[in-house]
Design a protein around this ligand. Sequence first.
Ligand code: HEM
Ligand SMILES: *[C@@H]1O[C@H](CO)[C@@H](O)[C@H](O)[C@H]1NC(C)=O
Ligand SMILES: *[C@@H]1O[C@H](CO)[C@@H](O)[C@H](O)[C@H]1NC(C)=O
Length: 328
Amino acid sequence: MTTRLSALLVVHVAFIVFGITLVNAQLISNFYASSCPSLQSIVRSGMRAAVQNETRMAASILRLFFHDCFVQGCDASILLDDTSTMQGEKSAFPNVNSLRGFDVVDVIKASVEQSCPGVVSCADILALAARDAVFLSGGPSWNVLLGRRDSLTASYSLANSNLPAPSEDVDSLISKFQAQGLSVSDLVTLSGAHTIGQSRCVNFRDRLYNDDGSGQADPTLSATYLVQLQTVCPSSGGDDNLAPLDVTTPTRFDNIYYKNLLNGRGLLTSDQELFSSNQTSTVSVVQNYAASSASFFTNFPTSMIAMGNISPITGSNGEVRINCRVAN
Ligand code: HEM
Ligand SMILES: *[C@@H]1O[C@H](CO)[C@@H](O)[C@H](O)[C@H]1NC(C)=O
Ligand SMILES: *[C@@H]1O[C@H](CO)[C@@H](O)[C@H](O)[C@H]1NC(C)=O
């Protein structure tokens, strides 16, 4: 009894002490309520215009946010251009010739600057834009937590090491998400972002012709889907040819990505692995979402908020950039 009580006391004291740092780093949804009341509508209309011009832009912006958060936290480091003294993240292997939407962020940032100069971070603009991307594609909406500041630097090497590759197996995906404080369930839930957007042939070619060096196609691929993909992605050349990540409803944010996995229609190894590895912890989540769109739509916002909470900068080691591409 005494040990239990003192253990409780220790936990309680630890929580109070630790709580101070937590409170310091806490993001809140009304952070700009008085300093920039029109923020949410500016971002929403910027995203609406961008997606109306090109449907795929929703996917590209959502991916930008993911690639920002996995490298030094959600600090807009992904948006920094290289300088003579700093190699940024844009040229890292998972990003180069692949990330899109930087000019859309610039346009939105410029309208925000016009209404509320020097107030809103690029990191927060990206978090709001990613939420709007999901909503405008037919997905759920949620309150975005705000108050992040922008980094002064970016990391080419962390972009290469932290971001998962499309060829990775489920254990390796799980450990990359856990390294960011995200759970197995977050991995499966956030992978549902692949319900929209496109991938280049170079990222799934091996599955079609030479899976794991076998000289054969990946046996988990549906036979009809395999033939379909081979017409888009030849065994050599055409690296940049595109295929939708969700072959059934490529531009609609829905749970069909998960139904596709049950049918051998995941485009990347990293997608199909969530089901075909037979790892119970991911398979059960895939099956839940394939059966219940409501469950996916409830959990996706929660996992996006968890990803958005990765190491935010809230103190003097960050700033509000004026131009998202360069530190002030
Ligand atoms: C689980 C590990 C993941 C891997 C290995 C992965 C890998 C990839 C790859 C290789 C592409 C195609 C890029 C290209 O061909 O240029 C892609 C596209 C995309 N990814 Fe992921 N991804 C993962 C998780 C996520 C997460 C967590 C999100 C967001 C929450 C996300 C959002 C997207 C979107 C929306 C696209 C389409 C982008 C566009 O069309 O411009 N991905 N991903
Ligand atoms: C509209 O989309 C096209 C690609 O489909 C792009 O080249 C162009 O820059 C976009 N225009 C605007 C204003 O965003
Ligand atoms: C997963 O289970 C299926 C059906 O039992 C089996 O055919 C397949 O080989 C298993 N895959 C792995 C990677 O163990």
